[in-house]
Structures are given as C-alpha cells and as structure tokens.
Ligand binder design. Structure first.
Ligand code: CDT
Length: 348
C-alpha cells in the first residue's frame, strides 16, 4: 500500500541503477523531507467588526473559534489582524489619557489573551496578533508579535508608518489619530527564523511603502505577515470608493511580494464598527505576486493556503537577485530624504 508517487520514484531510482533497498528508502526519505519540510500551511484569520463596547474576552472567544477551525484545516501558522483585541480606537478623539491607556495591553500574554496562547500551544499552531502596547516606561506602540508553535513569542514588530494626524480634525468625516496615540516603531524591520523559514511583520499602512518590504527583502525574508484596519472610505475624499481602496491594498501587497520574492499574508479587521465601515479583502499572495486566496466576506473568515517557502528561491536567485542587480550608488535619496525636492531645489 505504498503511495503511487513513492512507487514511481522508487522505480525511477531502480532505473537509475540504485538497487539496494536501504539506499532507495533513504534517498526517498531525503527527497520527501526536502520537498515537504518547508511547506507551511498558513491561515489568514480575518476578523469581523469589534464594537467599542465588546470586551477582550468576547473577542478572544471569537479568535479561539478561528483557531479551532484552523486546526481542523491543518494550519501551522495563523495570522490575526492589526489591533485585533479591540475596536479600531484611533477613529475616536479621546481626551482622557487613562481612557486612551485602557485600549492598550501592558503585558502579553495577559489574563484576557492567555487562553489564546494556551489553545495555540495545544494545537501546535504559531500565531501572529496585533495589539496596542503600553510599555513599563509609558510608551505606546501599535505592535504585532509572532510566536513559534509552542506559543513562545519569538518576534515583535512596532508599526513604523503611522498614518493620519495627531490633533482632532473637525474637517474630517471621522478621525484617524494614530499619530496621536502611538509612537513610531523603534525596532526597525526585523526578520526572524521561525518554522525553518525567514519571517517578518508589517502593520497596515506599512504595506503601502516599498521601503518596508525591501528592508526585509534584504534580510532574505520569505514570509511577511501583516494585519490591517482600513476604513472603507477616505475621510478627506468622499469620492474614493471601497473598491478603489481594496485595489490599492492588493496592488501594494502584490508588488511587495513580487519585488522581494516572498509570500505576503495580509489580514483585515473588516465590517461595520459602531457605524464606521472597514474594508475586508484579506489576501494570501505568492512570491510571484499572485493572489492565492482572498476573503469573500466582511466577517470572521479563515483563508487557508499551503505555502512552500522554497517557492521564494527562484525569484531571489534571478530577477530579484539583489546582490547582482541592485545599484545602491543611485539610491542615496531613499535613506536621506523624506519629502520631494525638485531638481530646481524647491521643496514639494
Ligand atoms: N490602520 C491603518 O494604518 N490604516 C490606514 C488608513 C489610511 S487612511 C489614514 C491604511 O493605510 O490602511
């Protein structure tokens, strides 16, 4: 009752003159390991809306249900959205700092999230979750963490590109006060060894910046995971449709994946939060920039895809072989200039 593929390979080896059974067996096992070892079954756990009044415990119960579903689907790694334990609070102007702080976590795991870590360990599923981080010295970050399959936190990323504004803006149809509530991340764009692959994280608006992907591409990243909360409308341009915003999200993620020959998994918090709609459209994208899976709903929805990390190798060795093709002598502005300066010296 050997599988067909095994029999076929066995026959090929025999034809090649390798006739002793232990040798055939060893070679076959070696091939099996080489072929399979770097496949990771990934779950993108899109989450539906979280209302302002929802407790973290209620949210974690939903995340546990997604984890159970992921276990049944054979997932080994599950990614949850940005700020996945609470509503997207930066849409509110909150004057009272104690109230602001109530949207943040002072430790991870904590009482509310410990069941998530316990379930992930029991299922042998690595997880990535986003949350507001309040450090012991009083700093606030928009943070994403990554665990191994034993639920140990092996990586942390703090969002670097913070969109929006830092003062209440009555001209806007709703607020986006990330610049008020968070400090820019101070950890750079680290890449971590996890599950025999190189993994990195981004958070929401970061996905629109090619520099963010390239920083990790230059560290050999093979899988980038990110969560997002993207309002369905533009608070300063009523003509921008949800479809256009979905297009921009896909465009950015597909380009980042292709140009760095890495898988990218982008996971939304979606749906209507207290009257404020968020786009869905979570995706799993291949190193060729192709969308392999895309969410169909605005609710809790699990996308599942087996991703072979070895599929990142070809692009990295050919068109995006950075060592051979990049011309850093011409990239000076990228790291030394933020805004536009026209050739005549005027600033944009
Ligand atoms: N969460 C987040 O970063 N959202 C932004 C909204 C941009 S509009 C201020 C995003 O890039 O999707």
């Amino acid at each position: 009752d050997l599988p067909q593929s095994f029999r076929r390979e066995h026959q090929e080896l025999l034809r090649a003159g390798i006739t002793t059974w232990p040798a055939v067996q060893a070679i076959d096992e070696h091939r099996r390991i080489l072929k399979k070892m770097r496949e990771i079954v990934i779950g993108a756990a899109q989450m539906g809306p979280i209302q302002r009044a929802d407790t973290r415990e209620a949210v974690v119960a939903r995340m546990l249900a997604l984890l159970d579903q992921a276990k049944d689907a054979g997932c080994q790694l599950v990614i949850f959205p940005e700020l996945c334990l609470t509503t997207f609070f930066p849409r509110w102007y909150i004057a009272d700092q104690a109230e602001v702080d109530s949207w943040f976590e002072t430790e991870m795991p904590n009482a509310a999230t410990q069941p998530l870590f316990n379930r992930a360990r029991a299922h042998s599923i690595a997880i990535s979750i986003g949350y507001g981080e309040l450090t012991p010295d009083g700093r606030h970050f928009n943070t994403q963490i990554l665990t191994d399959r034993q639920a140990n936190i092996i990586g942390k990323y703090r969002k670097i590109h913070l969109p929006g504004h830092d003062e209440c803006d009555p001209e806007r149809s709703f607020q986006h006060l990330e610049k008020r509530y968070f400090a820019p991340g101070d950890l750079g764009f680290p890449v971590f060894r996890n599950m025999d692959a190189w993994m990195g994280m981004l958070i929401c608006n970061d996905r629109r910046w090619p520099e963010a992907y390239r920083e990790m591409g230059l560290q050999g990243v093979e899988l980038i995971v990110l969560g997002y909360n993207t309002p369905s409308g533009n608070s300063q341009n009523a003509d921008e449709t949800p479809e256009m915003r979905d297009f921009h999200s896909d465009l950015s993620v597909q380009a980042g994946a292709y140009q760095n020959s890495a898988f990218v998994v982008a996971v939304a918090k979606a749906g209507n939060e207290d009257g404020h709609p968020l786009n869905g459209g979570s995706v799993i994208v291949s190193p060729d920039g192709v969308i392999l899976q895309k969410a169909k709903t605005l609710g809790d929805e699990l996308l599942v895809q087996a991703c072979d990390m070895d599929a990142t190798a070809f692009g990295k060795a050919s068109v995006f072989d950075f060592k051979r093709h990049r011309r850093i002598e011409h990239y000076g502005r990228i790291a030394t200039q933020t805004g536009v300066i026209y050739p005549d010296g005027k600033e944009g």
